[in-house]
Design a protein around this ligand. Structure first.
Ligand SMILES: *Cc1c(COP(=O)(O)O)cnc(C)c1O
Length: 429
C-alpha cells in the first residue's frame, strides 16, 4: 500500500479519540483503548494479494509473520520497526490429541515456536516498535513470565533498558531464566500478578517509563497476526472455531479484533466462533459468562498454568465484546483436565506449556458437551513452548503433583534399572 491508512486510538467505553502524538494507555475515563483505522477506502482483495506476495520473504521486515500484515498492525515508518522475524509458526494436525478431544479436524497453531517461545513476541515486536516511535529509553511490564522474557529480548535488540515486575511465588523456571539472561532488571514484588500490574502502571506514569503490558494497545495490534497467519496458512478458508486460553485476556481480544477487520474488508465472509478457556482457579470471565453476573475479580487466583494465573484481567471488556461478536463462548477447565490434555499434546510430539493446553482441554470439554461438533474444523492456539515449564512436565510424569490435586493419568514414568541386557529387555517389553 502506498497510502497510509488513517488510524487513531479510541476509548472502548466512551468513544473519546486520541491521535498518536502523546503516550497513552487508557482513556481519561479509565477505559482501555483500541487502535482504530478507517478501512472504508481500502481494497481488501488488493491488500490480501500484497500479503500473499510477501509470503516467504527471506529478509527485511516482511519476513516477519507480524510485519507481513503491516497495514493492519502499525503503519509507522519502517525505521522504527524492532523485529526478530517473529511469527511464521507452524500449524499442526493435532493427530491423537485431536482424537482425545473428540475432533476429526483439529489443528494446533504453535505460538510457542516464536523467538522467545511464546505468542508474546507478536505483541512485543509491535509494542517495542511503538516504544521506539515514542523515543522511549526504558520499558517495563508486570509478568507471569512470558511477557518479561519477550520484553527483555526485544529491549536488548533495540538497545533499551527493561524493568520487570514479577509476582512472588511460582514463576516457571524457563521464563525467569530468559528474563535474567536477556538483561531485564527483574524485581520480584510482594503480592500476586494483579498487584504487580497495578504497581507497574503507577511506576510507568511517575518515572516516565514505557509500559509494555497488553493494556498497551500496540501489543494487541501485533497479536492480531496470529489469526491473520492461520487464515493465510488455510488459504483464507475460515475454520468453524478458534480455541484460545485466557489470562489477562489480551490475546483473544486481539484475535477477534483482527477477524473483525478482515471481515470489514471482505477478506473473509464467515465469522469463526471463539472459545476462550480459563483455568478454573482463575476464571473471572468464565464465572461472569456462565452465571450472568457482573464482572468481579478473583481474589487469590491459583493454577499450575502460571501464565494465566490472573484474577483481574485488564482486557476483560475488550475480550467480552469480541467473543459476543463471534457468537463465541467462555469455558473453564480443571487442573487435571489441563495436565491430561497437555500429556496428549506432548505425547504426539508437539508439546506446549500448561496454559497452552487449555485449548485442547477446552476442546474436549466443549465437544463432550455437544457445543462443538466432532466434524467441525477447529484451530487451537498453543501459546507457549513446552520447555518454559519443565517442572510441570516432570512432576506429572513422575506422578508427583498430588499436593496440587493432579494425578499422572497418562504418566510416562522414568525407570531405574540394572545395567544388563536382560533388565533392558524386561523394561522395554
Ligand atoms: C500470556 C499467556 C497466556 C494468556 O494470554 P492473555 O492475553 O493474557 O489472555 C496464555 N498462555 C501463555 C503461554 C501465555 O504466555
Amino acid at each position: 500500500m502506498t497510502e497510509m491508512i488513517k488510524s487513531w486510538l479510541e476509548c472502548i467505553r466512551c468513544g473519546e479519540k486520541y491521535d498518536f502524538s502523546g503516550i497513552r494507555y487508557t482513556c481519561d475515563c479509565g477505559g482501555t483503548l483500541d487502535l482504530k483505522r478507517d478501512l472504508s477506502q481500502v481494497d481488501g482483495q488488493k491488500l490480501k494479494q500484497i500479503w500473499e506476495d510477501r509470503w516467504g520473504a527471506k529478509h527485511g521486515i516482511y519476513s516477519s509473520g507480524v510485519w507481513r500484515y503491516k497495514e493492519l498492525i502499525f503503519d509507522c515508518e519502517d525505521k522504527f520497526v524492532i523485529t526478530r522475524q517473529e511469527g511464521n509458526t507452524r500449524l499442526y494436525d493435532a493427530g491423537k490429541a485431536g482424537e482425545y478431544a473428540g475432533l476429526k479436524n483439529f489443528m494446533l497453531k504453535h505460538e510457542g515456536e516464536n523467538p522467545t517461545g511464546s505468542f508474546k513476541d507478536r505483541g512485543m515486536t509491535c509494542g517495542a516498535t511503538a516504544a521506539k516511535f515514542y523515543g522511549a529509553g526504558t520499558v517495563a511490564c508486570a509478568s507471569t513470565g512470558n511477557t518479561s522474557a519477550s520484553m527483555a529480548s526485544y529491549a536488548a535488540i533495540a538497545d533499551m533498558k527493561s524493568v520487570i515486575f514479577i509476582p512472588e511465588g511460582k514463576i516457571a523456571y524457563g521464563k525467569l531464566a530468559q528474563a535474567l539472561a536477556f538483561g531485564g532488571k527483574t524485581l520480584q514484588i510482594e503480592g500476586n500478578f494483579d498487584d504487580a500490574m497495578e504497581l507497574v502502571q503507577d511506576v510507568c506514569r511517575e518515572l516516565n517509563i514505557y509500559l509494555l503490558n497488553s493494556i498497551n494497545p500496540f501489543r494487541i495490534e501485533g497479536q492480531k497476526a496470529i489469526g491473520f497467519e492461520v487464515l493465510q496458512q488455510l488459504d483464507w478458508q475460515v475454520p468453524d472455531w478458534f480455541i484460545i486460553p485466557g489470562g489477562n485476556l489480551g490475546n483473544n481480544s486481539a484475535l477477534t479484533k483482527g477477524l473483525q477487520e478482515l471481515h470489514q474488508l471482505g477478506i473473509i465472509d464467515k465469522i469463526p466462533r471463539i472459545a476462550v478457556i480459563q483455568a478454573g482457579g482463575s476464571a473471572p470471565l468464565s464465572k461472569m459468562w456462565k452465571e450472568g453476573t457482573e464482572y468481579a475479580a478473583v481474589k487469590d487466583p491459583d493454577t499450575i498454568a502460571t501464565a494465566i494465573k490472573i484474577g483481574n484481567p485488564v482486557s476483560w471488556e475488550k475480550s467480552l465484546r469480541g467473543i459476543k461478536w463471534t457468537n463465541g463462548i467462555v469455558e473453564d477447565v480443571t487442573e487435571q483436565e489441563i495436565m491430561d490434555a497437555k500429556a496428549w499434546v506432548d505425547a504426539v510430539g508437539i508439546g506446549a506449556e500448561p496454559a497452552s493446553c487449555c485449548s485442547v482441554a477446552g476442546a474436549k470439554k466443549l465437544v463432550d458437551a455437544g457445543i462443538i461438533k466432532s466434524d467441525e474444523t477447529v484451530v487451537g492456539i498453543l501459546t507457549g513452548n513446552i520447555l518454559k515449564d519443565p517442572d510441570a512436565v516432570v512432576g506429572y510424569h513422575k506422578d508427583e503433583l498430588g499436593h496440587m490435586g493432579i494425578k499422572g493419568t497418562f504418566a510416562n514414568k522414568p525407570q531405574v534399572i540394572k545395567a544388563t541386557v536382560d533388565a533392558v529387555k524386561a523394561a522395554i517389553n
